[in-house]
Structures are given as structure tokens and as C-alpha cells.
Design a protein around this ligand. Structure first.
Ligand SMILES: [Ca+2]
Ligand SMILES: [Ca+2]
Length: 143
């Protein structure tokens, strides 16, 4: 009985040390579009499009409310440019007719190809073909 109690406490402790784990937990390492809120500790403000340096919305992010034709001058809290360094993405746009889906481009000045596109509310924890390729982004009416 004592062992069982200790085990139960241990489980509780582990869960307590991982806030957000109960409601984030991406289940796959490949292209997984999820509509749940990822880790609150790495929040992306409402209205913004956010690109993260690491998969699963971990480590530093860069957030934009509008378009950006060149990511080279956008540095995250860790001090590096997000240009060609994006590994997970969130679209927290407010409802906007014709402008709440975001497309990320491989090249600056919205130059093709599109590496990833997210409609409003979508998050992408990882996506190999788009990994570390984003160089600009803009808002559209759909993907
Ligand atoms: Ca820029
Ligand atoms: Ca690129």
C-alpha cells in the first residue's frame, strides 16, 4: 500500500512538472495539424502568426501580426534569425475575410514555393518538407 501511494504521488509529480503536457502532446513526428493550444509556456499571442526554431513549439519563437517579405532581420529571443530556421508554426489570426490563412515562402519577397500554409487556428508541430526553409510570409483567404 505504501508503494502504491508513493507511485501515485510520483505520477502526480511528473504531471505537475510538465504543465501543458496533458493538453498538448503531439502524437506523431510527421505532419500533424492540430487545433489544440500548444504549450502555454511558449505562447503565441492572439492575432499573430508564429514560427518556432524547434519542433513542437519549443524554444524561441518569432511572432508577426502582418506580412513580412524578408525574415532575415527577424531575431528570436535566442538571438538568431528565424530565416531558414523555422520548425513549427502557429496561426492565431483573428477572423478576417480574405486574410486569415498564412502562407510561408521558401524565398524572400513571397517567392515560391510555399513551404507551409495554415488556416486560422491551425498549428503544425513539425513538417519535414518545410523545416528550416521559411524566408517570408503573407496572409490570404485560404491555403
Ligand atoms: Ca523581416
Ligand atoms: Ca528559404
Amino acid at each position: 500500500m505504501r508503494f502504491v501511494t508513493a507511485l501515485a504521488m510520483g505520477v502526480g509529480l511528473v504531471v505537475g512538472l510538465l504543465p501543458g503536457a496533458a493538453h498538448a502532446a503531439p502524437k506523431a513526428t510527421v505532419a500533424t495539424v492540430v487545433d489544440v493550444e500548444p504549450l502555454a509556456a511558449h505562447s503565441c499571442d492572439p492575432g499573430d502568426f508564429c514560427a518556432y526554431e524547434v519542433v513542437n513549439f519549443t524554444f524561441s519563437l518569432y511572432a508577426w501580426a502582418g506580412n513580412d517579405s524578408n525574415w532575415s532581420n527577424n531575431f528570436t529571443a535566442s538571438g538568431i534569425s528565424i530565416n531558414n530556421n523555422d520548425s513549427s508554426w502557429r496561426n492565431r489570426s483573428n477572423p478576417c475575410v480574405g486574410c486569415d490563412a498564412v502562407r510561408v515562402f521558401d524565398n524572400t519577397n513571397y517567392g515560391a514555393p510555399v513551404t507551409v500554409c495554415l488556416t486560422r487556428g491551425q498549428s503544425l508541430a513539425s513538417w519535414g518538407p518545410a523545416n528550416n526553409r521559411g524566408s517570408s510570409h503573407s496572409w490570404y483567404g485560404g491555403c
